[in-house]
Design a protein around this ligand. Sequence first.
Ligand SMILES: C[S@@+](CC[C@H](N)C(=O)[O-])C[C@H]1O[C@@H](n2cnc3c(N)ncnc32)[C@H](O)[C@@H]1O
Length: 212
Amino acid sequence: MAQRISGLYQLVRVPLIYKGLMFALGADNAIKRYVNEVLEPAPGMKMLDVGCGPANILAYLPALDYTGIDLNEKHVDYARAFYGNRGRFIVGNAANDLGQDEHSFDLINVSALLHHLSDSEAITMFASLKRLLKPNGRIVTFDNVWLPQQRVTVKLINKLDSGLNIRWLGGYLELLNGLDFDVQTRVFHDLLRIPYDHIVMIARNSPRPQSG
Ligand SMILES: C[S@@+](CC[C@H](N)C(=O)[O-])C[C@H]1O[C@@H](n2cnc3c(N)ncnc32)[C@H](O)[C@@H]1O
């Protein structure tokens, strides 16, 4: 992963500190709006949460068939202890460790992850996620972004982020090239307590052309 992990940055790898920092910034409102306005999960759906962290999002989801996967064992242990009966929690790499789940997910959430991955890591991951998606399923991503005429404070926070691959809109879209998705994007400026910019991508399998 392309990210800073030394010094103070180690602290965000500790579930309680990560959670505390997120909520101080206004994650409660941000997650609520992201779930209601973008993710739109329906009860009973089969959902995969890639890089689930401590699975904060579960508090905002209806009863559905949830799988969270993360490389960080501490985050997965925390999620399991907090939400054990709400889903399946896996320590692993979403690009390699879910082969048994092909074409089974209605919804795949990839939030706050892409800006930690290099282009090649993200492209490999999306190719795997495409195989895990049902034909009418969708992948939804959420990240910070570079924009033209961005506030100085947003640029500063982006520069300090532990993820080293914050991208421009075009850079995020390129990660989905060649995978035959219809992609919609949306930019938010007001999800956190402080003014900040987020980009959301919603990737749906393109409908197959009718034969005959
Ligand atoms: C910044 S955290 C985001 C956590 C959570 N999704 C959120 O929005 O708060 C990114 C997480 O992705 C995990 N991660 C990175 N690459 C991964 C991969 N290939 N498969 C599973 N998890 C991954 C990291 O361990 C980290 O916990």
